[in-house]
Design a protein around this ligand. Structure first.
Ligand code: SAH
Length: 350
C-alpha cells in the first residue's frame, strides 16, 4: 500500500476533491480542517461531528502527525521576550521559527526553505547553502505547534526566517491560504508580511490577497547592491522602484523597505539621500536593521555593525524627508535568532 500522505500538505480544494471522489460531501473537508487548525485536534477518531466512515477513509489515506519541537531557547528583555524553536521535520532536517512576544502581540517569524539559494553575503542562512524547499504543511505546522506550545494565538506572521519565500512561492501561497482562513488559523492577511530579497515576479499572488510586502533593499545603488545581493543582477533597483511606483497602496499598506546597515558599505548619509530621491513617503516606509552578527561568524567576518551615531544620522535623513522609519534591533540576538542568523544547528550540537 502507498505511504499515507500528510494531511497538512493538502489545500481545502484538494481535500474537497478527495471527499467527493470517495462519495462524501465536500463540506467534510472544511470540517476536518477546522478540527486540525482551529480545535488543534489531529486524531481523526476524535473528530466527533464527522461520520465514522469518513474518519476511517481519512485515516487510511492520511496521517496528521505534527513536526516535533526539539528545543526552545528563551530570551527576555524589557522589550518583550523571544523564543527560538528548533523543529524537526519528518526527514530529520531541522528548521527554526522565532516567536517574539510584546504585550498582546505574538509575532512568529517562519522559515520557508532549509537554507537559501540567494547568496546574500550578509546573511548567515546563505552560508548554509540550499538544502530544500519546505512544503506548505511544514510552513503551517510551525504556526500550529507554536500555538500548541504557548496555548495562545499567534497574532502576526513574518516570512523572515530561513529562506527566500518567493523562491518557494507555490508552497508559501498554499500555506497562506490556510493560515489566513478565518475558519482555520485565522491570521488576517494584513497581519502577515512576506519579506523578499526582490524576486519581483513572485509578488503578484502575494499582492492579490492583500498580504503585506517587505523588500530587502540593503543598498542605494546597483554597484553596492549587486556586490552584496546576487539577485540584483536579475532584478536591479530600478525594477524595484518601478514596481513600487506603479502600485497604488492603501494608506495602511505601504511596502516596507528593509535596509540592513553595514559599516562603511551602505551606511553613509549620501546613501540615505539617494533613498530619499528614489522613494516616496506615500508608498514606502523604512525598516533599518543594524547588522546582526554571531560572535564567531566566519561567513560574515568582513562585515560590522555601524555605530549608533551613524545609524542616527541615516535615520534622521529619512525622517526629515517624511518617511516612517523603524529601527529593528533584532530581538533574540543572544540566542542567534536575530535576522539573518537563523541557521539550523545540527542535532548533535544540542
Ligand atoms: N529572504 C527574505 C527573508 C529572510 S531575511 C529576504 O531577504 O527578505 C529577513 C530580513 O533579515 C531581511 O530584510 C534581510 O535583509 C535581513 N538580514 C539578513 N541578514 C541579516 C543580518 N546579518 N543582520 C541583520 N539583518 C539581516
Amino acid at each position: 500500500m502507498a505511504a499515507k500522505e500528510w494531511i497538512l500538505n493538502k489545500s481545502q480544494k484538494e481535500l474537497e476533491e478527495f471527499c467527493v471522489a470517495n462519495g462524501f460531501k465536500k463540506f467534510g473537508a472544511e470540517q476536518v480542517m477546522r478540527w486540525i487548525y482551529s480545535e488543534k485536534i489531529s486524531d481523526f477518531s476524535k473528530m466527533s461531528n464527522i461520520s465514522k466512515s469518513l474518519r476511517e477513509k481519512l485515516d487510511s489515506n492520511f496521517h496528521s502527525e505534527l513536526s516535533k519541537i526539539i528545543n526552545i531557547h528563551k530570551e527576555w528583555d524589557s522589550g518583550g521576550d523571544s523564543k527560538k524553536y528548533l523543529i524537526k521535520l519528518a526527514d530529520e532536517e531541522i528548521i527554526e521559527s522565532v516567536l517574539i512576544s510584546y504585550k498582546n502581540r505574538k509575532t512568529l517569524c517562519v522559515s520557508s526553505q532549509i537554507g537559501c539559494k540567494m547568496g546574500c553575503v550578509y546573511c548567515e542562512t546563505s552560508g548554509l547553502g540550499f538544502i530544500r524547499n519546505l512544503t506548505s504543511g511544514e510552513i503551517i505546522s510551525q504556526v500550529l505547534i507554536v500555538e500548541n506550545d504557548i496555548k495562545d494565538k499567534i497574532t502576526n506572521i513574518v516570512f523572515m526566517g530561513m529562506g527566500e519565500p518567493l523562491d518557494n512561492v507555490l508552497e508559501v501561497e498554499k500555506s497562506l491560504d490556510i493560515i489566513s482562513n478565518a475558519n482555520f488559523l485565522s491570521v488576517a492577511p494584513r497581519k502577515i508580511t512576506v519579506s523578499t530579497c526582490g524576486l519581483l515576479n513572485g509578488l503578484a499572488g502575494i499582492e492579490k490577497y492583500k498580504y503585506k510586502i517587505a523588500i530587502s533593499l540593503n543598498a542605494a545603488d546597483n554597484v553596492t547592491r549587486s556586490a552584496i545581493m546576487p539577485v540584483n543582477k536579475k532584478f536591479p533597483i530600478e525594477d524595484i522602484t518601478a514596481f513600487i511606483n506603479k502600485r497604488i497602496p492603501a494608506g495602511h499598506n505601504k511596502i516596507t523597505i528593509e535596509y540592513v546597515l553595514i559599516k562603511g558599505l551602505n551606511d553613509s548619509v549620501e546613501s540615505a539621500k539617494k533613498l530619499v530621491r528614489m522613494f516616496s513617503p506615500a508608498k514606502v516606509k523604512f525598516n533599518l536593521i543594524p547588522l546582526n552578527k554571531e560572535k564567531n561568524s566566519v561567513y560574515l567576518r568582513n562585515f560590522e555593525r555601524p555605530g549608533d551615531n551613524v545609524l542616527d544620522n541615516f535615520k534622521s535623513k529619512l525622517i526629515k524627508a517624511g518617511f516612517i522609519v523603524t529601527v529593528r534591533f533584532s530581538k533574540a540576538q543572544s540566542i542567534n535568532g536575530g535576522c539573518g542568523q537563523l541557521r539550523a544547528e545540527k542535532i548533535r550540537s544540542l
